[in-house]
Design a protein around this ligand. Structure first.
Ligand SMILES: [Fe+2]
Length: 447
């Protein structure tokens, strides 16, 4: 008799007596399967009968040369205790996906067993209902096809406006009316993205615009940073703030000079600061993308939405038409005119792709930026309301790009974002700090 927990199948079955079980085990082998090892393959003979004891088995079927998964049998989803018996060659392939245990019995031995034991197996028999599996497979491939068509349709909707917008005189006229971003903003933003640049060179650029230099000194001396001494030297201020803080400051200053000081704009800007901080932390924590570049993208990503608000105010009669403008594209077109780095503009233009398509449809060079910006939104939603985050059908594909298997907004917030945010908490604007501490209080995620 084998060394087994005799009550396992019996507790799930209706009435195999201990004697029958002992008989069964004495006639069978216990097979240990490692992951990716098939128990049996489709279209091979079926000389044995199997009873799944524990682990995880994948049932798949080859349809027109393509292998498709039919189901997975697991211990905890009712799969345990399923039996495989066939009177003809197998019509599916069964493979272990985790270390698994299967009871194996020669068919000839099985046929001679007491009828009660045979019945025990037949009651647990995996349904090789070919019609059902074929129908299931057909509908699955139909859904896959529909998904593909849906994705390409959505892609075409999102790629056509750019050409239309560039040709449109009305839109060109509207964009022309928006004040240009101060030159210092695009110059400094571009230099800060150069990883080789020295803090002295950056300080020199800041000094070229006296009001920016004043803004930097005012910020660095504010109680908000708490450096505790009076700093009057720009070089020193640049070192203390660090390039990333300076980025935020320079771009914020530039946009504030360009955009109106309206409540709409302030709300969008607050949102952008939160996304920028979260995206920076996510990029740094997961080592995906360049944190400084992603932080800038976060700060600028909703500029197109601000532009739409502005346009509506200036042109109330065509407000309904302005609603149809794609904010991501119009924002990117505007930023190109402002000479912001190309990768920043292009990533912002594709920011909505993760909502309707998989990462494969995003160019390799921009995929990290677009994924981190999207996931920063997912995590921001999670921080605001843990129940309301992550409803995109492609979210898991994007989370996988971070190199983590466990894919939930909670998991990536805890693993990548919070450790970075925790270190910099004191330098955050009050509204963002409030969001983080509220979350920390409620979910103790920092600990
Ligand atoms: Fe946003």
């Amino acid at each position: 008799m084998k060394n087994l927990n005799m009550s396992a199948p019996n507790s799930k079955g209706k009435g195999l007596r201990d004697k029958d079980l002992q008989n069964l085990y004495s006639l069978s082998d216990i097979k240990k399967l490692q992951p990716d090892i098939p128990l049996f393959r489709q279209e091979t003979e079926a000389p044995s009968v199997y009873l799944f004891l524990d682990g995880e088995l994948k049932v798949s079927r080859n349809v027109s040369g393509e292998t498709r998964e039919v189901t997975r049998l697991q211990q905890d989803n009712g799969g345990e205790g399923v039996a495989f018996i066939a009177d003809a060659p197998w019509t599916v392939t069964v493979t272990a996906t985790r270390p698994s245990t299967v009871l194996t019995l020669k068919r000839a031995v099985f046929d001679k067993l007491d009828k009660k034991i045979q019945l025990f197996f037949y009651k647990r028999r995996y349904r090789f209902d070919d019609d059902f599996i074929d129908r299931f497979m057909e509908s699955k491939s139909r859904i896959d096809r529909q998904k593909e068509l849906f994705q390409s349709y959505m892609l075409s909707l999102h790629t056509s406006p750019r050409e239309d917008y560039l040709k449109s005189e009305i839109i060109a006229g509207i964009l022309d009316k928006i004040p240009r971003l101060p030159t210092f903003t695009s110059n400094i933003a571009a230099s800060l993205m150069d990883e080789e640049i020295s803090s002295k060179a950056v300080a020199d650029l800041v000094k070229e615009d006296p009001s920016l230099a004043a803004g930097v000194l005012k910020t660095v001396n504010s109680p908000y940073y708490g450096f505790g001494k009076n700093i009057s030297d720009i070089n020193h201020a640049v070192i203390l703030l660090g390039f990333n803080e300076l980025y935020q400051l320079v771009i914020a200053e530039g946009i504030n000079r360009t955009m109106p000081n309206s409540p709409d704009f302030k709300d969008i800007f607050k949102h952008s600061i939160c996304i920028s901080r979260i995206a920076f932390a996510l990029s740094l924590g997961s080592r995906v993308g360049k944190p400084a570049e992603i932080s800038t993208i976060g700060l600028l990503h909703d500029l197109g939405t601000s532009v739409k608000h502005l346009l509506k105010k200036q042109n109330p009669k065509i407000g309904i038409l302005i609603d149809y403008i794609d904010a991501a594209v119009i924002g990117a077109v505007l930023m190109e005119q402002w000479n912001l780095p190309e990768r920043v503009c292009q990533s912002i233009e594709l920011q909505n792709y993760p909502r309707f398509t998989s990462p494969d449809n995003i160019p390799d060079s921009l995929r990290d930026n677009v994924a981190v910006l999207y996931l920063a939104h997912v995590c921001f939603d999670f921080l605001e309301s843990p129940k309301g985050a992550g409803d995109s059908p492609f979210i898991e594909d994007y989370i996988k790009l971070l190199g983590t298997e466990s894919g939930s907004p909670r998991h990536i917030t805890k693993k990548f974002i919070m450790p970075v945010l925790k270190k910099n908490l004191s330098t955050f604007p009050a509204f963002f700090r409030k969001l983080i501490t509220k979350h920390t209080r409620n979910y103790e995620i920092l600990n």
